[in-house]
Design a protein around this ligand. Structure first.
Ligand SMILES: Cc1cc2nc3c(=O)[nH]c(=O)nc-3n(C[C@H](O)[C@H](O)[C@H](O)COP(=O)(O)OP(=O)(O)OC[C@H]3O[C@@H](n4cnc5c(N)ncnc54)[C@H](O)[C@@H]3O)c2cc1C
Length: 413
């Protein structure tokens, strides 16, 4: 049996901090090692900081006291120690990798300077440093090009537009957030961004980033069309940060492979959050990261029967930003929630309600009397009831009327 007298967690993001806090509450001592110089924060809310709605302090996580600020550079599995960038070593009985994701840097010509740094004006959007760098560079009228129209790109474009930038969004596929939303919901997101003044280009492939004197000047498409740019945001997705695990010889496929006890191929090393692959799935979302952390905290505190068997929770994106003081007229909340399969297969039942004037849209997909997915835009009053039906995976009493009831019963809110 593993002794958990010295639990060391690498990564002070959502999963690492949650795990360390839960372990502390359950009386298991833990050392948390994080490389970012800021107080640990809720990454999901970074766009709200960029939009000027929240200060960085507002999105701080309640972090445990025992936080070591350092970057772990290697794992010695035989000696059961980790080595940090400053040369120090930390011994463990159980090591937990909670190293998160890295942004995908697309293979564009001109993206890297000869010394392998991004050109001036080009930013990823993953960390507080990225966010503060962007925040410093954005001013009303600045020309900003966001590359990528997924969850990250949409959040970044919206935040920059609220700060008064002239935003252009370049999306390779035919619609926005196609991984989470069905075409009708995508269309509403597009309309919302357009109302904020964002110019949207879909089905376009960015080929080139043009720089003068080390600073970005334009972004060029595969068809030769060029967008002037003072600022470029790379929002082309993320990939699990698996370098440490790989070098240490742990089993890594798309992510660090873990079982239902969040155990890697080394019984003394566990992993949670964006960096893991569980049952073939890499989630890259907050809810699974937190659920995995909770299960692992129980396991490491002696509840031997705790298991992680996958996440069925909603992807919720709440964009409630008001305009910054110097931005355009205030805009109300824009809430989105999506779960499961948002597009129906032949034979599925679909119930949908759309209100073009209010810009709201609600839809659920039912298969064999079970809720298999849904999407809500602009109107999230029913999200709790739907989440319970979805997460419980219980058969619905009968299709049709109860479903419509699910979509309209918003508990009076
Ligand atoms: C702008 C933005 C918006 C998002 N919006 C949503 C949303 O609406 N809904 C949603 O579900 N998800 C969203 N996400 C995704 C969500 O933030 C992640 O799923 C979540 O943060 C995963 O938590 P994690 O702890 O696994 O990784 P992270 O939060 O990335 O934390 C990993 C930490 O480990 C540190 N680290 C890595 N390697 C080392 C090392 N060798 N030594 C020391 N420290 C190390 C990193 O610096 C980082 O601080 C968003 C992400 C971003 C960037």
């Amino acid at each position: 049996m593993t002794s958990n007298t010295r639990v060391v967690v690498i990564g002070a993001g959502l999963a690492g901090v949650r795990l360390a806090r839960r372990l502390g509450e359950l009386g298991t001592p833990v050392t948390l090692v994080g490389e970012e110089e800021h107080h640990p924060y809720n990454r999901v809310l970074l766009a709200e900081v960029l939009a000027g709605r929240y200060s960085p302090e507002v999105i701080a996580l309640p972090a445990p006291a025992a936080l070591t600020r350092s970057r772990v550079t290697g794992i010695d599995r035989d000696g059961r120690t980790v080595e940090c960038a400053d040369g120090s070593k930390i011994a463990y009985d159980t090591l937990v990798l909670a190293t998160g994701s890295n942004p995908v840097l697309p293979p564009l010509r001109g993206l890297f300077t000869p010394d392998h740094v991004l050109p001036e004006g080009v930013h990823a959007f993953r960390t507080m440093d990225d966010c503060l760098g962007l925040s410093k560079a954005v001013r009303p009228g600045v020309k900003a090009v966001v590359i990528g129209g997924g969850l990250l790109g949409v959040s970044a474009a919206r935040a920059l537009a609220l700060r008064g930038a002239q935003v252009m969004l370049a999306q390779q596929s035919e619609r926005l957030m196609e991984r989470q939303l069905d075409p009708a919901a995508s269309q509403l997101v597009r309309r919302h961004l357009k109302d904020l003044g964002v110019e949207i280009h879909t089905e376009c492939r960015v080929r080139d980033v043009r720089c003068v004197g080390g600073a970005v000047r334009s972004v060029e498409m595969a068809d030769g069309y060029a967008l002037d740019a003072d600022l470029v945001v790379l929002a082309c997705g993320v990939h699990p940060r698996v370098g440490l695990a790989q070098v240490a010889g742990l089993e890594v496929r798309k992510g660090i492979v873990v079982d239902d006890e969040l155990r890697t191929s080394d019984p003394h090393i566990r992993a949670v959050g964006d960096c893991v692959q569980h049952d073939g799935t890499v989630y890259g979302l907050a809810a699974p990261a937190l659920e995995q952390a909770d299960v692992l905290a129980e396991l490491l505190s002696g509840r031997a029967d705790a298991r992680y068997t996958g996440t069925r929770s909603l992807t919720r994106l709440t964009l409630t930003g008001q305009a910054a003081p110097h931005g355009p007229a205030p805009h109300g909340p824009f809430d989105l929630a999506a779960f499961g399969e948002t597009e129906a297969l032949p034979g599925d039942d679909v119930v949908q309600l759309a209100d073009a004037t209010r810009g709201t849209y609600r839809k659920v997909v039912v298969r064999d009397d079970r809720l298999v997915g849904g999407v809500l835009v602009g109107e999230l009053g029913t999200v709790g009831a739907l989440a319970r039906a979805w997460e419980g995976a219980e058969p619905l009493p009968s299709a049709g009327r109860p479903l419509l009831h699910l979509l309209t019963n918003d508990g009076g809110s």
